[in-house]
Write a protein that binds this ligand. Structure first.
Ligand code: ADP
Length: 269
């Protein structure tokens, strides 16, 4: 089984104020995925995608996930919850459109309908549904979304695609976890703002990164630092993952085919 992530920075224009889908990258990646599946039709696949500009702007604007100050604040956040959910769902439709165009039997799974959180961490899910889809050869497609939280002071929270990957991988024990993003892997500091940053081929600890600098402004779920935190939880269980630059044609395909020299491996020796 493979769990594959299409980063919000790849499939959307993440810096845009408005939701903008990068259809070109989406189609190219769907084609790369298909070219691998063609030779291995028994492989189970789950696709998780980020929300990019379809989610982070709204979640930021409505401050989803912070404690309700009063009833007005609750009403405001409730509106934002609804808007964010609706917008990420649109992006999910574009992702499924592209996969289906390349004959990949995608089935949209809306996180807000199958997950519940406690203090912003997923605690409940309908995992049997996902297992059943996989058994039938369908490809569940999940995404960073807003979900309900049992903590009554927050109730409405955001979960990242990366947290979903952590949760699903724990439950389903895939043999590959591959995350496509818009940089060549994990660097000791943000490569977009530091010319002297160095690519790290294997990350085994958060100390390999400079935490102050390892997040992007727009990302409400922690950027690269948040991603590594989730993946290190998996590495502790012996589930390794690989972060690659999905902007470079064929890297996703080659990673799916097993090339571990690409990008960064998150692994604890
Ligand atoms: P995605 O939306 O693709 O899941 P994120 O936006 O969450 O990805 O994370 C990727 C971004 O993280 C990159 O665009 C990069 O600018 C930023 N970043 C910050 N710190 C680092 C780091 N130490 N190594 C790599 N990228 C980093």
């Amino acid at each position: 089984m493979i769990i594959l992530k299409l980063g919000g920075s790849i499939i959307t224009n993440k810096d845009s104020k408005d939701p903008i889908c990068n259809y070109g990258a989406l189609k190219r990646l769907a084609n790369e995925i298909k070219s691998v599946l063609i030779n291995n039709s028994k492989e189970k696949l789950i696709v998780v995608h980020g929300a990019g500009s379809f989610g982070h702007n709204f979640a930021n604007k409505y401050d989803i996930g912070s404690i309700f100050k009063d009833e007005n604040d609750f009403n405001y956040k409730r509106k934002g919850f609804s808007i964010t959910n609706n917008c990420t769902k649109k992006l999910n439709t574009y992702v499924c459109d592209a996969l289906i165009e390349f004959d990949i039997p995608a089935i949209a799974v809306q996180p807000s309908s199958i997950f519940m959180a406690e203090n912003k961490r997923i605690i409940q899910s309908n995992i049997d549904l996902i297992k059943k889809y996989l058994d039938l050869g369908l490809v569940p497609v999940l995404y960073g979304d807003v979900i309900l939280d049992v903590n009554e002071h927050i109730n409405l929270v955001v979960i990242s695609g990366d947290q979903i990957i952590n949760y699903l991988a724990r439950e389903l024990r895939p043999n590959k976890v591959i995350l496509g993003t818009d940089v060549d892997g994990v660097y000791n500091k943000n490569p977009k703002t530091n010319v002297d940053s160095k690519l790290i081929h294997q990350v085994s600890s958060l100390n390999d990164l400079d935490s102050q600098d390892s997040t992007t402004n727009i990302d409400v779920t922690g950027g690269m630092f948040g991603k590594i935190k989730e993946l290190l939880c998996l590495a502790e269980l012996g589930i390794n993952s690989q972060i690659i630059n999905a902007n470079n044609p064929n890297l996703m395909k080659n990673a799916l085919l097993g090339d571990e020299t690409i990008g960064t491996i998150v692994k604890i020796d």
